[in-house]
Design a protein around this ligand. Structure first.
Ligand SMILES: Nc1ncnc2c1ncn2[C@@H]1O[C@H](COP(=O)(O)OP(=O)(O)O)[C@@H](O)[C@H]1O
Ligand SMILES: [Mg+2]
Length: 270
């Protein structure tokens, strides 16, 4: 089925890698693929998280994404959708916004004064907890970095980490926007370069260090949070196959190889 998005209104969101076109319609957010197969990445990542300990053993939640064919500006396109996770009266406050309000200057300046990566991660985790009263924010941040490390999401800028605010009271935001993972950006990660070489070049955000360094540093500070089953390539392919149908048949084999190689390699680091 194709969803028709008749509104021409764009909702712009600053991102380090540009803006994916998106719409809010009848309680659902729709995002179009922009640089590659972001929708498959969002959907596949939320399928993996569905099999994790997140909503069973932790106070945190994650947004579910599903694949969509979207009729936009007269064309059929691929994208994904997620149900609005905000309840009436709630607002999303990104960390970039939260710290600007709290400090009166950008967080980046504060972080630059600190002398090590470990201190910077601890500052972000513990200062957010102090400002919001969310005592388990360090564990939440650890979980985010673990997910990013698993799927190699290199777009965790400070607008993709957020809390929910309602009448001056804060809550944990469902984890969202992993679409840059799994090498989905085929401009930054061209299809003709082998996966291991692409992976070596990637850096984790928001601290611009290797994924392993960010992962191991945050886990040393706050302990391991994310638990997932160890996947085989057959298991991954079973979940992936229906999602690949949304892409040109010539690209499916390559996308599948990149996605499976990434998860098989990265799950060992967790
Ligand atoms: N399911 C959702 N529920 C509530 N708000 C959402 C949802 N999806 C997106 N948004 C809003 O849209 C913004 C951008 O979404 P995001 O997934 O980060 O898109 P992009 O990949 O373009 O950065 C979020 O910061 C949030 O305000
Ligand atoms: Mg975003």
């Amino acid at each position: 089925m194709t969803v028709r998005l008749v509104s021409n209104e764009k909702i712009a969101e600053t991102s380090s890698k540009g803006n994916q076109e998106k719409w809010f319609d009848h309680g659902w957010w729709y995002k179009l693929d922009q640089f590659g197969y972001e929708a498959l990445t969002e959907t596949f990542t939320s399928m993996i998280l569905e099999q994790s300990n997140i909503e069973g053993d932790t106070p945190f939640q994650f947004a579910r994404y599903r694949m969509e064919r979207l009729h936009v500006h007269g064309r059929d396109r691929t994208g994904c959708s997620s149900e609005n996770f905000l309840k009436p009266g709630q607002a999303i406050v990104t960390l970039s916004h939260l710290f600007r309000q709290h400090l009166g200057h950008p967080l980046k300046e504060e972080l630059e004064r600190l002398s090590s990566d470990k201190k910077r991660i601890a500052y972000l985790a513990e200062e957010t907890a102090a400002i919001t009263g969310l005592r388990e924010f360090p564990e939440y941040l650890t979980l985010l970095f673990e997910i990013d490390s698993l799927v190699l999401n290199d777009d965790r800028h400070l607008n993709n980490i957020a809390v929910i605010e309602q009448n001056g009271h804060y809550d944990y935001c469902p984890i969202f926007d992993q679409g840059a993972g799994l090498l989905s950006n085929v401009q930054f990660s061209p299809m003709d370069i082998a996966t291991p070489a692409l992976i070596r070049e990637l850096r984790a955000r928001p601290f611009n260090m290797t994924f392993n360094r960010q992962l191991h540093t945050v886990q040393e500070l706050y302990g391991k949070q994310l638990r997932i089953p160890r996947f085989t390539s057959d298991e991954l392919m079973q979940d992936l196959r229906p999602l690949l149908e949304y892409y040109a048949s010539r690209d499916r084999g390559l996308i599948a190889d990149r996605v499976c190689d990434t998860i098989l390699m990265r799950q060992k680091e967790l």
